[in-house]
Design a protein around this ligand. Structure first.
Ligand code: PEP
Ligand code: MN
Length: 347
């Protein structure tokens, strides 16, 4: 339930309300707006008697049930957009951030060269999987811990923070000791122990939508991460399974406005995995931004033809440069622009 405080409530009244929420077995979540203070009581659905009990406390204006099954992810509980800040830029609340890089880390030369390309054309974050979740056990599985070392070196050289995937709860400590953001992939989007472990790491988490997940289920997965007290979650629409076979997955562009009407969390688009072919990636990226996405995660490789995974969908340098140009032209028409480092640090 959501407890709306009176405008003239005192700090002592707020404190009493928080203590009472805890005493009743709920978790308090305070959202301090400019005009109103909201306190979410997160837990099982309240009885009418319990709501009446809270209504009677001093300082309380209104008690309303939270209508959605997700609570901490909901716009009802946190009406202001969540903004994630990195040294090179921010995402959310109008700030647009682009993460780009190869599908997987393949060699020192490949990731350092990939990072240079990404940085040269103005993306603010590097991507690259050290541990790859592959449908076939015989496909390229990534470089593992060695890949993390190379990503670290790429960060030192390029100045770009990096996001990389974590496949299992027992990998979280290792990956979190290197990465600026943990990626949880589509195939792991309902791996609840992994969601909790990633949340507990305290690192920002980039959560991909499962390929057959409803948007409500997607937010319930985000809720697992948020329930650990970690507020830094990015939601990524990366294509869902439909009857269509022309593309690898069907990009659900509508997920962007729908999610943004339900949640305060930043919403990104991954245009690479749904396209499946490099020639369609830019169109999907621009469609996602036009629909309101707060960022993109795009696959870019110095030599896509040589890539050990997802070769057909990775952009080369010229294609990525053109996409970044188009993004720079499009964003002002939408009243937005690429986030800058200074805004990230001081905004
Ligand atoms: C990836 O980003 O390379 C990846 C495996 O993505 P997804 O989990 O969305 O398939
Ligand atoms: Mn990939």
């Amino acid at each position: 339930m959501l407890i709306v405080l009176k405008r003239d409530h005192t700090q002592a009244e707020l404190q009493t309300i928080i203590e009472e929420i805890e005493r009743q077995g709920y978790r308090p979540h305070v959202s301090q707006g400019e005009e109103t203070t909201l306190v979410g009581a997160i837990g099982r659905g309240p009885t009418p008697e319990l709501m009446e009990h809270f209504r009677a406390l001093p300082g309380v204006a209104e008690v309303i049930p939270i209508s959605k099954p997700y609570k901490l992810a909901s716009l009802e509980v946190s009406p202001r957009p969540t903004v994630l800040r990195f040294p090179t830029g921010a995402t959310g609340g109008g700030e647009v951030l682009i993460a780009a890089g190869p599908c997987g880390v393949e060699s020192r030369e490949q990731i350092l060269s990939g990072a240079r390309i990404v940085q040269r054309h103005g993306a603010q974050m590097l991507r690259g999987g050290a541990f790859k979740p592959r449908t076939s056990p015989y496909s390229y599985q990534g470089m593992g811990a060695e890949g993390l070392e190379l990503l670290k070196e790429a960060r030192e050289q390029s100045g770009l923070p990096f996001v990389t995937e974590v496949l299992s709860p027992d990998q979280v400590d290792l990956v979190a000791s290197y990465a600026d953001m943990l990626q949880i992939g589509a195939r792991n989007a309902q791996n609840f122990p992994l969601l909790l472990a990633a949340g507990e790491s305290g690192k920002p988490v980039l959560l991909k939508r499962g390929m057959s997940m409803t948007l409500e289920e997607f937010l319930m997965s985000a809720e697992y991460i948020l329930s650990t007290g970690n507020r830094q979650v990015i939601l990524v629409e990366r294509g869902i399974r439909t009857f269509e076979r022309a593309t690898r997955f069907t990009l659900d562009v509508a997920a962007v406005p729908v999610l943004k009407s339900w949640t305060h969390l930043p919403v990104w688009i991954d245009p690479s995995h749904p396209a499946g072919r490099r020639e369609w990636v830019s169109a999907l990226a621009l469609a996602g931004l036009a629909a309101g996405a707060d960022g993109l995660i795009v696959e870019v490789h110095p030599e896509p033809e040589q890539a050990l995974s997802d070769a057909a969908q990775q952009l080369n340098e010229a294609e990525f440069a053109q996409l970044m140009e188009r993004i720079r032209s499009l964003l002002p028409a939408l009243g937005r622009r690429l986030s800058q480092p200074s805004e990230a640090l001081h905004g």
